[in-house]
Design a protein around this ligand. Structure first.
Ligand code: NOJ
Ligand code: CA
Length: 757
């Protein structure tokens, strides 16, 4: 073992101490270094005079993270797990591999980094290692506690990881919170967070902030030097999710973990490791979108047979409940209901129950006619009469349908049309209750042929006092994902923790909400969708539920006011901008029937890709993306229904039919011919300022003509005045072409391109 003590070099000269934004902070440390594979990023690790571990990060000549402290405050062992360390051993490694995600933005992902592992120890036998991985686009580091350790069981009071910024950067942030991520994004300088914080907090069924300068991961930043930084976390397992607490005098962030019901911010037992802390550093905004840092830091796929996992394009009996047109509940007779006690057969239906046989069949028909894979049905099960606001433990059993939802017949009908029903498990945040019933609930899904579940966590968590992002809840969400995998069930969890790349390991986690989604209707600011791919989507796909064509809520329910702040072309653009293997067309069939030519794009667009090109972007302003569909995944959803029906296969799947513009009676031979054609999709989303973007098509195959369907904001389109104004143009384009596209206020655009044969 090499015994070394690394001392932070605090050169006596005052020049090394900033008098500017970074306050009285040491500017440089010297110690162990690694560089990124391309040599541009440099990580330095050193121990301060008192044995506190520190790190800094530079990009070429620019400082990115000033020397920042690492360590913990504990409830036990004397409290201090920060000072008094010496370096026991330093190990370097490098790694370069290409892996293939089960679904994703590209077929192959390169995982290429240089690694520094620093084993730290104290005289009393306490051991703590720091593992740093430096990529071309950023840094990941984590704490590891080896088994040979004086520390065995310990409880975290605070994780003291710092990220010292070099100045008053621009940030795109949402308020820090232990229970919700459902906030609009704000763009401001770091020094302005405190002043804007209160204004950004909105009501949510469960919310708990902790500081007027607390913000959430993933945090997008831009420096005055033009660097784009992103602070996030990867592989949050058996550990709470962190917020970032900003010292807004010195522009230093510190991890602020979510406490459990007893105020403990992590109960650890060696050997163990924390999640990765990540700092992305890139020169262009599009490179944030192209980064695979978070996925790369997660473990490879843990599921051996992934043949049952597939992308899903779905519709739902859902928007009608969200808009208030219908209800999740069945009756007004019983304002209070109890599992196994309430007899619904005696109840008078109130007539507004959305999940009734006839309505579900109507949705199945429309979805089947238009090439979708699945229909989500919420409010199918007993218990919705008092599901919310009472902190009930035994709220649902996830197994007993309402009298007007014939679970066997509806699934059979759906399967006969090549559609799967999507199960819905609103837990009402009683995780105790969900774990109580999860086995029989998943068995029921297997029995009737459901292969995906949308779960939800509305309200305060039971066990009482827990938070949505505390360690026990992190463990709960993963338990559900693992159990679902055993049952070959894909998961889309709403209100659960924001993803941190676990979908690499558990690709049956095909979606999460974990941000403000379309359900907020008029409450979503125009431009929100131009931030999410930089922040929330860094950790994994989002079930944003786009595709709203009727923005005026009063046209659905006269007493509802408010107009959604986007245009139809914006909604189309989201299908390409937001990567998700699970995409919803959220609006009503009757709204799509009014605009079938625009709806065509939603029918056509693929949801899984082998190549993505991020053409142009600026957080909070606009994003333009081009994507190439992954052919292998196009038939998978339909094949899964076919397998269910004893191998009786539809010749060509709905999705493939539309992607390749095949006729209804197309054969697999037609599909094979069509697949020889190259297909691309381009999408743009915009904020509240009208703008023009130049789209160069140099990503297309050279020398080939493509027929392009171009869906644009109409000349008078504007989210406030004319949200439904759009126009569709047809053109022939080649890789030598470029188009100037105008996006309206709250607007966007979408293009599908097919090689002309
Ligand atoms: C909140 C979810 O985000 C929404 O999609 C769902 O419909 C409701 N909870 C009811 O479960
Ligand atoms: Ca929600």
């Amino acid at each position: 073992m090499i015994f070394k003590r690394l001392i932070a070099i605090v050169a006596a000269a005052a020049a090394l101490w900033s008098c500017g934004g970074a306050g009285n902070r040491v500017q440089t440390i010297e110690g162990e270094t690694i560089t990124s594979p391309d040599g541009h990023l440099k990580l330095v690790f050193a121990l301060a005079q008192d044995g506190t571990p520190m790190y800094s990060l530079d990009k070429d000549s620019l400082k990115v993270v000033l020397p920042s402290k690492l360590g913990f405050a504990l409830f036990d062992n004397g409290g201090d797990l920060q000072t008094g360390f010496t370096v026991k051993e330093v190990t370097r490694d490098s790694f370069d591999e290409v892996w293939e995600p089960v679904w994703g933005e590209e077929a192959q992902i390169r995982n290429h980094y240089n690694e520094l592992l620093v084993a730290l120890g104290r005289e009393d036998g306490t051991a703590m290692n720091l593992r740093f991985r430096l990529y071309d686009d950023g840094l990941g580091f984590r704490y590891e506690f080896p088994v040979e350790n004086k520390l065995t069981y310990f409880s975290v009071k605070e994780e003291l990881t710092e990220f010292a910024m070099t100045g008053d950067h621009t940030a795109w942030w949402i308020p820090g919170d232990y229970d919700t991520q459902e906030y609009n994004y704000t763009e401001s300088r770091l020094s302005e967070v405190r002043g804007k914080y209160e204004g950004m907090r909105i009501h949510n069924a469960s919310a708990e902030g902790f500081s007027p300068t607390g913000v959430q991961t993933a945090l997008q930043l831009k420096t005055d030097d033009g660097l784009y930084l992103n602070i996030h976390e990867a592989e949050v397992v058996d550990y709470p999710t962190t917020n970032l607490e900003l010292d807004d005098k010195n522009f230093v962030f510190r991890t602020w973990l979510t406490p459990d019901a007893e105020g403990v911010k992590g109960r650890l037992q060696a050997p163990c490791k924390t999640p990765w802390r990540t700092v992305m550093v890139v020169e262009k905004a599009v490179d944030v979108l192209a980064s695979r840092l978070i996925l790369n830091l997660n473990e490879p796929c843990a599921i051996e047979d992934v043949s049952w996992i597939h992308p899903v394009k779905y519709m739902g009996v859902w928007w009608e409940m969200i808009t208030g047109k219908s209800a999740w509940s069945y009756t007004d007779d019983y304002p209070s209901v109890q599992l196994g006690v309430t007899d619904y057969s005696k109840a008078k239906p109130h007539g507004r129950h959305g999940a009734n046989n006839e309505n579900v069949r109507r949705h199945i028909d429309f979805a089947a006619e238009n090439g979708f894979d699945a229909i989500l049905v919420e409010g199918w099960n007993e218990g919705w009469e008092d599901w919310y606001g009472h902190k009930k433990d035994f709220v649902f059993d996830f197994q007993t349908p309402y009298p007007d939802f014939d679970i066997a017949a509806l699934n059979e009908y759906a399967h006969s049309k090549g559609i799967r029903l999507v199960m819905h498990h609103e837990t009402s945040s009683s995780t105790l209750n969900y774990e109580r019933f999860i086995e029989p609930a998943y068995d029921l899904m297997n029995k009737y042929g459901y292969n995906s579940v949308k779960s939800g966590y509305v309200g305060d968590i039971i066990p009482y006092g827990e938070h949505h992002y505390s360690q026990p809840l992190i463990n709960h969400y993963l338990l559900c994902i693992k159990k679902a995998a055993e049952h070959h069930i894909m998961v889309n969890a709403h209100e659960a923790v924001r993803p941190t790349g676990l979908c690499r390991t558990w690709p049956n986690l095909i979606g999460n909400e974990a941000a403000m989604g379309t359900e907020y209707r008029a409450g979503i600011h125009a431009g929100h969708a131009t931030v999410l791919p930089f922040t929330r989507l860094q950790g994994g796909p989002m079930d944003y539920t786009p595709g709203i064509f009727e923005m005026d809520m009063s046209r659905i329910v006269p007493t509802e006011h408010g107009k959604m702040q986007m245009t139809i072309a914006n909604q189309l653009g989201i299908y390409v901008t937001f990567y998700s293997p699970l995409q919803m067309a959220a609006d009503f069939p009757e709204h799509y029937q009014r605009f079938m030519d625009a709806f065509q794009f939603i029918k056509d667009v693929a949801v899984d890709w082998d190549k993505s090109v991020y053409l142009d972007a600026e957080p909070g302003a606009y994003i333009v993306t081009a994507r190439h569909p992954k052919l292998a995944s196009l038939n998978k959803a339909q094949e899964s229904v076919a397998t269910l029906k004893d191998g009786k296969k539809n010749a060509v799947s709905g999705a493939a039919k539309y992607v390749y513009a095949l006729p209804e009676n197309a054969t697999t031979a037609d599909l094979a011919r069509a697949k020889a054609r190259d297909v691309w999709y381009v999408g743009g989303v915009n904020d509240e300022n009208a703008r023009e973007v130049l789209v160069a098509f140099d990503f297309l195959k050279p020398g080939v003509n493509y027929e392009a369907d171009i869906y644009l904001d109409g000349d008078d389109a504007d989210y406030e005045i004319a949200p439904q104004s759009y126009k569709i143009e047809k053109r022939t384009l080649t890789s030598a072409d470029s188009l100037t596209v105008r996006m309206a206020r709250g607007g966007g655009f979408a293009i599908s391109l097919r090689e002309l044969l």
